[in-house]
Design a protein. Structure first.
Length: 87
């Protein structure tokens, strides 16, 4: 059976009707609620700041996987030999 001969769903009659309804709904959603979205935009920027901090820093507990981390630690946290390589 050849799968390439089938028409994609978005080119069928029901797919085109669904895309048209979604486009009309998106148009009315944008035109009727623009004032609400623009009014909340400053608050959304404040909400994005902590999320970007968490996702870009991968949380604060994930710094142990860096290879240079042992050199940056205090001497009392280094292995007993005083070196950062455990041989």
């Amino acid at each position: 059976m050849d799968d390439h001969s089938q028409t994609p769903w978005w080119r069928t009659r029901s797919g085109i009707v669904l895309i048209c309804f979604l486009a009309i709904g998106a148009f009315f959603l944008v035109t009727e609620h623009t004032a609400h979205v623009l009014g909340a935009l400053p608050w959304l920027l404040f909400a994005v700041c902590p999320l970007m901090h968490l996702f870009m820093h991968h949380g604060h507990g994930a710094h142990d996987h860096h290879p240079d981390h042992a050199r940056q630690q205090a001497p009392d946290r280094l292995p007993k030999g005083g070196h950062d390589d455990a041989r």
